[in-house]
Design a protein around this ligand. Structure first.
Ligand SMILES: [Fe+2]
Length: 401
């Protein structure tokens, strides 16, 4: 396994981490994408991790590499910086060429944005896409967004890649108004690993290792006021991580107040924070006293907590619980399932039929798509979208007949 030290020693040059296409989706860390590489199942599965987000709410995002007969399969593209390419070339030398690149989600913009660049790095690889790809705000043909239709196939419609060792399980399609939600999970039988994109994640209370490369997002959000400098400590990193998870899960957590602009400006531009890194002290957040109680519900102690992300529950599945459960039932029956490897958060999560049953029980024991407490903001957004007809009342209707 190549450690963080390997990355630091082998690629000290930040130009190896440069990502020139960042203006297409201007998210932190913008033009510099540090990559954490890990072999997560020996000789079978590898993880390439970067962070990505808005206003320092940058959470881990993952490209998964799996051994397949004759070479390698890449699932969920990431910006192919030189650093990432060099490690992938090392893997190719050992395990065979990249044969397949899979984008198994129809809607996840953060996963599809780097597909054209990654496809150019491996011109001989075949590209498999989830059907119903769409881009926002304009729905452009694949060729126009740089994905050559001549080397592209669609999952299910044109078959399935590596079906001798992989089972593919679709969640959706669902009509979410702006486009289609669908993601296709891949069960890689040789490793017992289930690859998913967004629908299932595992989160734990310890900050993920990727922040060793750049703890700024954690330290920025660990503070309570804009005039406080970014100070590194284990405690600050844990507090920042818990808050990032709350932001990413609920968009506007109920435990967060947005102070008036006069209050924000009062603590801005003070000495010690007059730097771009500290956003010049502009910090429009005020956490309520018991914010940690909300975070505890999402963070696993000692091991990642398997869950459906609240933002998906409340904005994608509020009227499609049955579709989600149909998919979970398929996963529960997988023989030899040992691990969940999703495109966000913890790289590898213990997962088998028992754990999926437990997840279903936890979901059944509380109201689904609630609009109270932590879910208040998301519930309000969903109600508004319904009211203005942006999202349909029946997400399956468009796909019937
Ligand atoms: Fe995602």
């Amino acid at each position: 396994m190549k450690s963080i030290e390997y990355i630091k020693e082998s690629f000290p040059n930040s130009s190896d981490q440069s990502w020139p296409w960042w203006p297409l989706l201007p998210l932190y860390p913008y033009g510099r994408r540090r990559t954490l590489f890990k072999e997560i199942i020996p000789k079978q599965v590898w993880s390439f991790e970067q962070t990505q987000g808005l206003y320092y709410v940058a959470v881990p995002v993952r490209l998964t590499v799996a051994k397949v007969p004759g070479g390698l399969m890449l699932i969920n593209p990431l910006p192919p910086t030189l650093e990432l390419q060099k490690i992938l070339k090392d893997l190719e030398a050992k395990y065979g060429e990249v044969l397949t690149i899979v984008l198994p989600t129809a809607s996840g913009l953060e996963h599809k944005i780097s597909l054209p660049s990654l496809a150019r790095v491996f011109p001989k690889a075949s590209i498999w896409l989830c059907e119903g790809q769409w881009s926002f705000p304009f729905n452009l043909p694949l060729d126009l967004i740089g994905i050559s239709s001549s080397r592209t196939k669609f999952l299910f419609k044109d078959g399935l890649p590596h079906s001798e060792i992989c089972d593919w399980h679709s969640l959706g399609p669902l009509d979410i108004g702006l486009g289609r939600f669908q993601e296709v999970a891949c069960f890689h039988k040789p490793s017992g690993a289930l690859f998913v994109t967004d629908a299932l994640v595992g989160i734990e209370e310890e900050p993920p290792a990727i922040y060793e490369l750049d703890p700024t997002p954690l330290l920025f959000h660990s503070r309570d006021r804009g005039d406080q400098p970014l100070v590194d400590s284990l405690e600050a990193r844990r507090r920042g991580w818990a808050r990032l998870v709350l932001f990413a899960s609920f968009l506007r957590p109920s435990q967060l107040d947005i102070p008036p602009i006069s209050e924000v400006l009062r603590f801005s531009f003070r000495s010690g924070v007059r730097t771009p890194k500290a956003h010049f002290g502009i910090f429009p957040f005020a956490w309520k006293e018991d914010w940690e109680e909300s975070a505890k519900k999402l963070l696993g102690k000692k091991r990642p907590l398997l869950q459906v992300a609240p933002v998906l529950e409340r904005l994608i599945f509020p009227r499609a619980k049955e579709s989600l459960f149909d998919w979970l039932n398929q996963l529960e029956r997988l023989k030899g399932l040992k691990w969940l490897i999703s495109a966000h958060y913890s790289p590898i999560v213990s997962c088998d039929g028992y754990r999926i049953r437990d997840l279903k029980k936890r979901i059944e024991s509380r109201p689904w798509a609630d609009s109270n407490d932590d879910y208040k903001f998301l519930g309000g957004v969903d109600k508004l979208l319904l009211k203005f007809g942006v999202v349909p009342t029946d997400p399956l209707k468009a796909f019937k007949d």
